[in-house]
Design a binder for this molecule. Structure first.
Ligand code: ZN
Ligand code: FE
Length: 262
């Protein structure tokens, strides 16, 4: 049976993603254990693995409580301090190698690690079987704040994700989509696809339905942080900074700063 992916909500706007079949579950970024434990009990599932994308507490805070109930491997970034990790992962350039992978035998699923620094210094993503779990780096129509990295790093990380196949399903860590779209429309008011997306997302949010997963194709068409080469975005970013911006990194840095104050 192919696994499917279910969101468990935590805090105000976090999604804890569960990979599951009829018997097993793996959990990505369990910031809080209790909604995960409720879900596992209700669905009579056995936890088989925990995967973390970065060290922030709203992504790892539930690890210890889950480990008290289930003795499972905990995958996470090699270069971040997450005390509960059992498997420290980094990107492996050899795509055939097992190194740099989280293998979940219950689902015959191998998730490859991508290094995507920017939001935090050691942030990683998991990619496999057309699924991308990217934590707080790429959001639907947005991207994470630069807490520990540079604009250059974040641009490279986002480009790495944008290079994945168009149909890749994007599972990120927060429900920020509508707010992100409001900002994106300010930066790129002429983008038709963005207007359509806003209507779709408004409909979903009215029904309290998650706006995720997104796709890489959708993000390339509507996410301003992946569109720093677009003339309209360059123009508006330059207006915001009060000086002409020419390269992609400075356009990115300008709109990231703009979003922080939006
Ligand atoms: Zn974070
Ligand atoms: Fe977060």
């Amino acid at each position: 049976m192919t696994p499917h992916i279910v969101p468990v909500r935590a805090f105000t706007d976090n999604y804890i993603w569960i990979i599951r079949d009829h018997f097993h579950a793996a959990v990505i970024d369990p910031g809080d254990a209790s909604p995960v434990l409720d879900y596992l009990r209700q669905e009579k599932l056995q936890l088989v693995a925990i995967l973390n994308t970065h060290h922030h507490n709203d992504h790892v805070g539930g690890n210890a409580s889950l480990l008290r109930e289930f003795s499972v491997p905990v995958y996470g970034p090699e270069h971040e301090s997450i005390p509960t990790l059992t498997h420290r992962l980094k990107e492996c350039s050899d795509k055939e190698s097992e190194e740099g992978c989280a293998y979940l035998p219950e689902f015959s699923l191998s998730l490859r690690v991508l290094d995507i620094p920017g939001h935090t210094a050691g942030h990683i993503a998991y990619y496999g079987a057309n699924l991308l779990f990217c934590g707080d780096t790429l959001f639907a129509c947005g991207c994470g704040r630069l807490f520990e990295g540079t604009a250059r790093q974040m641009v490279d990380s986002l480009e790495k994700l944008a290079d994945l196949p168009d149909k890749t399903l994007v599972y990120c860590g927060h429900e920020y989509t509508l707010n992100n779209i409001r900002f994106a429309r300010t930066v790129e008011p002429g983008n038709q696809a963005l207007m359509e997306r806003e209507r779709e997302v408004e409909k979903l949010r009215k029904q309290n339905t998650p706006t995720l997963p997104s796709t890489i194709e959708m993000e390339k068409a509507t996410n301003p942080f992946l569109r720093c080469d677009e003339p309209e975005i360059i123009r508006n970013a330059s207006k915001y900074s009060g000086k002409p911006l020419t390269d992609r990194v400075s356009v990115f840095a300008a709109i990231r700063d703009w979003k922080n104050h939006f």
